[in-house]
Structures are given as structure tokens and as C-alpha cells.
Ligand binder design. Structure first.
Ligand code: OGA
Ligand code: NI
Length: 342
């Protein structure tokens, strides 16, 4: 039985000259079709520093409805903090596999962990080209005792970053809530109680036309705020009207996307966009996803405001704990179908 440090992709893939068969995607899933690239600017850009709140809300809602994605500038998170965070997280993934695993084995409940895809439990599944460090990061500071302590400033820097991202996520949710005419503070409390960070690391791949960093999916979050490695142009792609759009990184700009939970809460008024990650052959890419998650007990269902009158509720209620377990087991399409009321 392999141990996690032996499994981590970054520990052994650098000597490969071809892609191992277990990582080769089915022909129909391979990222070989046309991609509308050099168009990161196509994904709407919203300047959060402007004074016209009504206009900001309008732009965010329009982008959320049309793309399920938007980018934000003047978001209040300092450039220095963004750079420092990305550097520390890249340093983390550059550590030897054994050390990374050691830093991530402190949590008995395995909420804080490093993992990679391996088909021990799902032998039919195709593996993906990525290692991920993930842990909860609620503003309460709970779980910090299980976070990595290497690089030495990890907890200090990631603590500051996630606390800033929490404010930003709540601000964006407040704007969305206002635009959707939900009660003030609708997303505060249980719906945003358990945010989490995922630090994805995609090593260079011998043949990016055969692999995926992440296959097509919708996020199991309310919203996700993504920071992209500005040194790597190719990575995130968003599906819109049957076309893949490459979202190239713009320094210090965040990419925000609507998650499947918000699609359910809005009774389908907002739709979570499908997206994927492609690999590249020259450089390792790191991305940092801040995922807004509810508490496990929180019931996910369409807000009352959207089921008065027609159309009535389109989705069945389910606790977030159950939703998350099903999402992991079955994937986004099946859970969306299961929750959908015909
Ligand atoms: C994800 C995701 C995008 C990226 O973690 O859900 O879509 O660029 N990541 O890593
Ligand atoms: Ni995603």
C-alpha cells in the first residue's frame, strides 16, 4: 500500500516523459477543442472600489446570470498580502512530499489534509493532474492548530489572507443578496459559517492534451473566490454556451464564481457555471480557492423569496453535510439531478 507522500504527484511526475495511462482522459473529455483564449477580459470585470453601489450590484448580477463568473478589482485585499500568500503557498508545495504530509497530519478528523487523486477506492475513475492542500479557515480561528507550520510564516500569512477573503466574500454576498432582494445579512450566519481554502498545485505535464487538472464541474460552495498564479497563462477554463473560455490571470485580480449551493438557494435564478482546469507542459501552476461553505447542519433550499408564487421550489431541501458527502461520492451532475424537482 502506497503512503500519501509516495502518491503525491509532484513527488514523482517530474521524471516522466509520457502520461501514465491511469491519467489519460477519455477522448471526449480531453482539452483539445477550440478554446477562446487571450480573452480573460471577456469574463466581466467589476470594480468594487466605485461609489455607485447600485451599479456594482447590477454588474455583478448581470455577470452572475450570464457567465456564473466575474472578476473583481479594487477589492480591498492588499497586493502585498496577495503576493506574500501566493509565495508561501508555492513554497509549501515545493517542499519534499514527506514534509508536506507531516504538516498535514495533525487533524484527527482529517478536515485539514493534503491529497491527490488515486484510484484505490474508485478504480474506474480517471486520475487528475493535481495535488491539493485544504483546510477550513473560519474567522473564529477554529482549526488553526491543525494548519501547517511550515513554511514558518504559513499560519500568520494564511490567517491574514483568509480573514481578508472572508470580509470580501461576505461583501460580495451582501451585494448579490441586495440585487436579489433578499433580507439584509441573508448569507451571514450558518450559510457562511465554515469557509475553507483549497491550494491546488498542478505540476508540469508531459502531454497536456491528454490530461486535466480538474475535470468539468460546478463548485459545491455558495461562492468561490479564486486567486490564480500570474506566471502561468493556461489553467482555468469556463464553459459558456458550449464554448470553453480560457481565464488568464490578471495580477491581483480575483475570479469569483457562483457555486451550486447559490444556484439552489436562488431557485435557479443564478446558475453555477461549469468549469475545468487544463495542465501545461512548462511550469507548475498554483491556484488558491476560497470556498464559502455553510455549517454541516445548515439546510440548503430555495429562499422563501423565490418560491412565493411561480415558479415554486425547483430543488428539494438537504443538509449541507449530506450534500457534501453526495457531491464527493457522485459528482455535481448527479446531485443536481437528485435535488431537482420535476
Ligand atoms: C476548483 C477550481 C480552478 C483552478 O478548485 O474548484 O475550479 O484554477 N479551481 O485551480
Ligand atoms: Ni471549481
Amino acid at each position: 500500500m502506497e503512503t500519501m507522500d509516495q502518491m503525491l504527484l509532484s513527488g514523482w511526475c517530474n521524471v516522466l516523459s509520457s502520461v501514465p495511462p491511469s491519467y489519460v482522459q477519455l477522448p471526449e473529455d480531453r482539452p483539445v477543442g477550440k478554446v477562446f483564449s487571450s480573452s480573460s477580459r471577456e469574463i466581466p470585470m467589476v470594480d468594487l472600489g466605485r461609489h455607485d453601489r447600485g451599479d456594482i450590484i447590477k454588474q455583478i448580477l448581470k455577470a452572475s446570470k450570464e457567465y456564473g463568473f466575474f472578476q473583481v478589482t479594487n477589492h480591498g485585499v492588499s497586493k502585498d498580502l496577495i503576493d506574500e500568500t501566493l509565495n508561501i503557498l508555492k513554497e509549501f508545495h515545493a517542499m519534499p512530499s514527506k514534509e508536506k504530509v507531516n504538516e498535514c497530519f495533525k487533524d484527527p478528523n482529517r478536515n485539514c489534509k493534503i491529497y491527490t487523486s488515486r484510484n484505490n477506492d474508485k478504480p474506474y475513475e480517471i486520475l487528475i493532474w493535481k495535488d491539493t492542500l485544504t483546510h477550513p479557515c473560519p474567522p473564529s480561528g477554529e482549526y488553526v492548530e491543525y494548519w501547517p507550520q511550515k513554511p514558518t510564516k504559513y499560519r500568520e500569512v494564511v490567517g491574514k489572507y483568509t480573514s481578508e477573503l472572508n470580509k470580501l466574500a461576505l461583501e460580495i454576498l451582501e451585494l448579490l443578496g441586495e440585487g436579489l432582494e433578499l433580507d439584509n445579512g441573508y448569507f451571514c450566519g450558518a450559510l457562511s459559517e465554515n469557509p475553507s481554502i483549497s491550494v491546488n498545485h498542478y505540476p508540469p505535464c508531459p502531454d497536456p492534451s491528454l490530461t486535466l487538472g480538474v475535470p468539468i464541474h460546478k463548485d459545491p460552495s455558495i461562492i468561490t473566490i479564486l486567486l490564480q498564479d500570474e506566471e502561468v497563462q493556461q489553467g482555468l477554463q469556463v464553459l459558456k454556451d458550449g464554448q470553453w473560455i480560457g481565464v488568464e490571470p490578471i495580477p491581483h485580480v480575483f475570479v469569483v464564481n457562483i457555486g451550486l449551493l447559490l444556484q439552489i438557494i436562488t431557485n435557479g435564478r443564478l446558475v453555477a457555471a461549469e468549469h475545468r482546469v487544463v495542465t501545461n507542459s512548462s511550469r507548475a501552476r498554483t491556484s488558491v480557492a476560497y470556498l464559502m461553505y455553510p455549517s454541516s447542519e445548515c439546510i440548503i433550499e430555495p429562499a422563501q423569496a423565490f418560491i412565493n408564487g411561480s415558479p415554486s421550489a425547483t430543488y428539494k431541501p438537504m443538509s449541507f453535510g449530506e450534500f457534501r458527502a453526495k457531491y464527493l461520492l457522485k459528482g455535481y451532475k448527479q446531485i443536481e439531478e437528485e435535488l431537482h424537482i420535476n
